[in-house]
Design a binder for this molecule. Structure first.
Ligand SMILES: Cc1ncc(COP(=O)(O)O)c(C=O)c1O
Length: 405
């Protein structure tokens, strides 16, 4: 996606509802190699290394790379206006999401499906589960990013974790197993956190059919969906591309949070083709005083989706190269080759680390802080997740340390 399309710009129409013009310079040049560090920013990821000088934080899933200048400039311009009162939800935001999918994924999304949510994906999933009130257990593949099991427990919903299949090419979705079990809903992380696996269209379609076959819904959590590495395929979102005629039985969740590294200003968007489910969800939100739109969230989302394309292209080229370099270095220890995002899913034993204390051993031997596989459910024992979205010099240091294993 290149710079912003001026015809579309004109068609947005309701810009004025923000009351402020977009500041100049949102398409400013950027350099992913500019010196960058997060010291003093309260980063949760780096807080995990506190008291251990020299340790590199590779655990939590956010990036240590400078984000798109457009987001910073739009936020600065909005912050300079000293009214931060209640804000309307700009309907142009729905068009913008549809435009993003059309331009980047060549997939047509109906703007009416779009809900612009002023909270992060975790909260969205929790509210979705409540609005769905599934009649049977919630099914999802394991390992998973950890939230699915946690959210089902919080919602008091029965759930079943279905082990992922694996062949020489990495993980596969066990579609037959999903069809056999009588689930009330299916949750999918697509692409997969923790492995960075990009599921095939046929696999996703199979899960949508399995869910619909049991009168349930497939919720596709695609917050890593715009981080698919070049040439790895998969048109997003599942709601329209893979599910097709089953779209009304699917929900897609996405966010600029992972894509543009803005998770500290929580927001996301859901594509909900079923109007009844949409209104159940917004009613439920209203009960918590949550309304679509949100002051800073809309500023961030608008700047990212309108101006962030070139930055994202540069980021993806870098993540692809980093993932390939690490996969070549670590060989058989890579459980499923990374195809999206910035995550590497590793078998501790194959790295020569004890399965029962892999995270601690990696910290001691390489001064690298990873996420422990057990955070990702029953399929994660003896595994580690490494986040390689690091500035070049830090990534080189991490690679040098990994070579010593
Ligand atoms: C696949 C997936 N879904 C949802 C979330 C939750 O995002 P947040 O904590 O920003 O709401 C994450 C965060 O890591 C994730 O990786």
């Amino acid at each position: 996606m290149g710079t912003f399309d001026p015809d579309f710009d004109a068609a947005l129409g309701s810009e004025a509802s923000f009351g402020l013009d977009e500041p100049a310079g949102l398409d400013a040049p950027f350099d992913l190699d500019e010196p960058f560090d997060r010291a003093g920013t309260g980063s949760s990821k780096w807080a995990r290394t506190r008291g251990r000088p020299g340790v590199i934080a590779m655990g939590l899933a956010d990036m240590d790379l400078p984000g798109p200048p457009a987001v910073a400039r739009a936020l600065a311009a909005r912050a300079a206006h000293r009214a931060y009162g209640y804000t309307v939800c700009d309907p142009a935001g729905r068009e913008l999401v549809a435009h993003w999918y059309r331009e980047r994924h060549k997939v047509a999304v109906d703007p009416d499906w779009v809900l612009l949510l002023p909270f992060g994906p975790r909260t969205a999933l929790r509210l979705l589960l409540a609005a769905l009130a599934p009649a049977g257990p919630v099914l999802f593949p394991t390992p998973e990013w950890g939230g699915f099991a946690q959210l089902c427990r919080a919602a008091g919903l029965a759930y079943q974790e279905v082990p992922l299949a694996r062949d020489g090419g990495g993980y596969r979705l066990p579609v037959g197993e999903f069809a056999r079990r009588r689930g009330g809903a299916v949750l999918l992380s697509s692409p997969h956190n923790p492995s960075g696996r990009v599921w095939s269209r046929a696999e996703i379609r199979g899960l949508a059919e399995a869910a619909a076959g049991h009168d349930g819904v497939l919720v596709s959590d695609e917050v890593h969906g715009d981080l698919v590495h070049p040439g790895r395929g998969l048109r997003q979102p599942v709601t329209v591309d893979a599910a097709g005629d089953l779209a009304a039985r699917t929900v897609t969740l996405n966010s600029v949070g992972k894509t543009f590294n803005t998770s500290g200003i929580p927001s996301c968007f859901a594509l909900v083709p079923d109007p009844a489910l949409r209104s159940r969800l917004t009613d439920l939100m209203a009960g918590y005083g949550l309304w679509e739109g949100g002051l800073l969230e809309q500023v961030v989302q608008r700047a990212a989706l309108r101006h962030g394309g070139p930055w994202l292209d540069a980021l993806l080229a870098r993540l692809d190269a980093g993932g390939r370099q690490l996969a070549a270095l670590l060989g058989a220890a890579v459980v499923s080759p990374p195809q999206a995002s910035y995550l590497l899913w590793l078998d501790a034993a194959a790295l020569g680390l004890p399965a029962d204390r892999a995270r601690a051993a990696l910290l001691e031997r390489c001064a690298l802080e990873a996420s422990d596989g057990t955070d990702f459910g029953p399929g994660g024992h003896g595994l580690l997740r490494l986040n390689y979205a690091l500035p070049g010099p830090l990534l080189s240091t991490a690679i040098t340390r990994l070579r010593t294993l």
